[in-house]
Design a protein around this ligand. Structure first.
Ligand code: FE2
Length: 250
């Protein structure tokens, strides 16, 4: 009987994440297409806590026309969620940065001098899903010249790099010093087979620096929970444990 109990608790611990800091999620209520209200945000935080997350750096979208967020729009709901977490007695540290889509609005924000970075000036950027941003490489260099340390959100989701001839872009961009953040949801297959295959290829090539949940809602949380119990997860964990920077960079 005791053997049985021991086995059970081992398998439960295997269903946790192997890092405790999530650096990419949309759980601040009402600021983007993530959590719509405080109670949903709290439920999502509780689920993340169950996966072993102890520190959340939320990253609301900053996107021209759709989510033109800045510190003024994000701080009040962020503080509301932080207080609610403390009130609930959850052992979770909450901070935030932002996920900047590379467009004119974001560039204006970078020039405003009030960019919402992670600690140590790490900056989360994303591309459009339709096409590479205009003058992309030049923009990356300009941001690096401003001393931002770039973290590229979900490179595996930009299908315009999937073509064999275009795929070299990944090694090139990583080679100039841009860190790559792959989504757990890509590794689950949630977005599709191609996204999963490219994410696995990035792991094989040693191009994955951070993992993120990119959690927006309960559906995403369901997919991550199923993944944590899967063989895929054990395989990916084996390849990445000790290598990613989630708990080290900031
Ligand atoms: Fe995101």
């Amino acid at each position: 009987m005791f053997d049985f109990l021991r086995k059970k608790s081992k398998s439960e611990s295997e269903n946790k994440l192997f890092f405790s800091t999530d650096i990419h999620c949309h759980i601040i209520p009402g600021v983007d297409d993530g959590s719509k209200n405080l109670s949903t945000s709290l439920e999502l935080v509780e689920r993340m806590h169950g996966w072993g997350i102890q520190r959340i750096l939320a990253t609301p979208h900053v996107t021209q026309d759709t989510f033109e967020n800045n510190r003024q729009t994000i701080t009040p709901p962020f503080e509301q969620l932080r207080e609610a977490i403390v009130e609930k007695g959850l052992d979770i540290e909450l901070g935030h940065a932002a996920e900047y889509r590379l467009d004119e609005f974001s560039v204006s924000q970078f020039n405003s001098g009030d960019t919402m970075t992670y600690p140590n000036n790490y900056l989360l950027i994303e591309n459009s899903f339709v096409q590479e941003p205009l003058n992309f490489r030049q923009l990356l260099f300009e941001l690096m010249l401003k001393d931002y340390r770039l973290v590229w959100a979900h490179p595996e989701r930009y299908s315009y790099y999937y073509d064999k001839a275009k795929r070299k872009a990944y090694a090139d961009i990583h080679g100039i010093g841009v860190k790559f953040q792959v989504n757990l949801l890509s590794l689950t297959g949630y977005y599709g087979k191609e996204q999963k295959r490219i994410a696995e290829e990035l792991i094989e090539k040693g191009l994955v620096d951070f993992l993120g949940t990119d959690l927006h809602n309960h559906r995403h949380a369901d997919a991550i929970e199923a993944y944590l119990a899967s063989k895929d997860y054990r395989r990916h964990r084996q390849a990445l444990e000790g290598k990613i920077l989630n708990d080290k960079a900031f």
